[in-house]
Design a protein around this ligand. Structure first.
Ligand code: HEC
Length: 118
């Protein structure tokens, strides 16, 4: 349910950006949209599973990728949240993979919102 709302809000957000990024208000019963990060992105519900499925092959701290920061714990992720946002925005990560636009935006919103353990 929440994912549906996030996706919906991001679709509208993208449209707003495309049109001119300024004052584009959409009437909506469920959410108030005036930016792409209106719906809080939760670590436990969205970010942790996203990292588990896209980053763990290399960022599991088992030593096989010594230069890949350990992302197995919340502290490991939150400690370099800004960097994680940057490398996903630039699509430098995941190495040998890719995230959807919705996933990239979810990370950005979670980081911009303080990278909370929520
Ligand atoms: C196929 C292996 C692989 C996957 C999958 C992967 N990474 Fe990496 N990552 C690396 C390696 C290796 C490095 C060390 C630096 C380098 O070689 O680019 C790295 C470095 C990083 C860094 C540090 C960059 C820096 O400038 O110091 C961050 C942050 C990062 N990865 C985030 C992620 C995130 C988030 C994901 C999942 C969405 C992910 N990575 C998926 C292999 C991977």
């Amino acid at each position: 349910m929440r994912i549906k709302v996030i996706l919906k809000s991001m679709t509208i957000g993208t449209m707003a950006l495309t049109i001119l990024s300024c004052e584009y208000n959409v009437e909506n019963e469920e959410i108030q949209v005036d930016g792409e990060c209106e719906t809080p992105v939760l670590y436990g519900e969205t970010i942790r599973p996203l990292i588990d499925s896209n980053c763990m092959p290399c960022h599991n701290g088992d030593g096989s990728e010594p230069f890949a920061p350990n992302l197995t714990t919340y502290n490991g992720v939150a400690g370099i949240a800004g960097l994680i946002k940057d490398v996903t925005q630039s699509r430098a990560m995941p190495k040998e993979g890719s995230l959807t636009m919705a996933e990239i935006t979810a990370i950005k919103c979670w980081v911009d919102d303080g990278a909370m353990n929520n």
